[in-house]
Design a protein. Structure first.
Length: 164
């Protein structure tokens, strides 16, 4: 049991590292969050939810594998190398391939103008939820672009300035 907990902690550390260092990874996490938030407005079957979950997890997992490939290449090669270029490009293409199929699936599942109209009305009639949605969009944009480390440093910087 101890071994399993240790493995789980290592995996969690790896996940946190990928989130901290990769903006693409943060983008996929935010996209997954919104897929599940807006998915609640649709009457999806269990199979559709499962497919969405598998696709989101697959993109996130491939992004992490892509990061590993990049780190491995950088570890063993610190100069321009055509083979490294090909390896990195193929790893990036793997993420892109699944991303395309995820976008295609999302268009098929979410492009229902009746539900889109209902979502629009829901937020228009619920100002609190509208404010929360806008707030979450702003936080997501900062999270994706700056990342948790820069946000934390900025907050600590402001606090330190306040103390002086
Ligand atoms: N040592 C290298 N030799 C040749 N080409 C390289 C090398 N390092 C990077 N590249 C090229 O630059 C691209 C970006 O590589 P980089 O390691 O900067 O990844 P990244 O910008 O973090 O990519 P991603 O956006 O997929 O996370 C690669 O796909 C590859 O085409």
């Amino acid at each position: 049991m101890k071994k399993q907990i240790k493995s789980f902690r290592s995996a969690f550390r790896g996940f946190c590292f990928a989130v901290k260092s990769e903006s693409h990874m943060r983008f996929h996490l935010v996209a997954t969050f919104y897929v599940f938030v807006f998915g609640c407005f649709y009457d999806f079957s269990a199979a559709k939810w499962a497919l969405l979950a598998v696709l989101c997890a697959l993109i996130i997992a491939l992004e992490m594998v892509n990061t590993c490939v990049e780190k491995l290449c950088d570890l063993f090669c610190d100069r321009y190398d055509f083979s490294v270029k090909i390896i990195k490009d193929i790893a990036a293409a793997a993420v892109l391939a699944v991303s395309f199929s995820a976008v295609f699936t999302a268009v098929l599942f979410f492009l229902d103008f009746e539900v889109i109209g209902k979502i629009f009305l829901y937020f228009v009639n619920n100002p609190v939820m509208l404010v929360l949605l806008i707030l979450s969009a702003v936080i997501s944009a900062v999270f994706v672009c700056a990342g948790p480390v820069k946000v934390k440093n900025a907050i600590l910087g402001i606090k330190r300035k306040d103390k002086h």
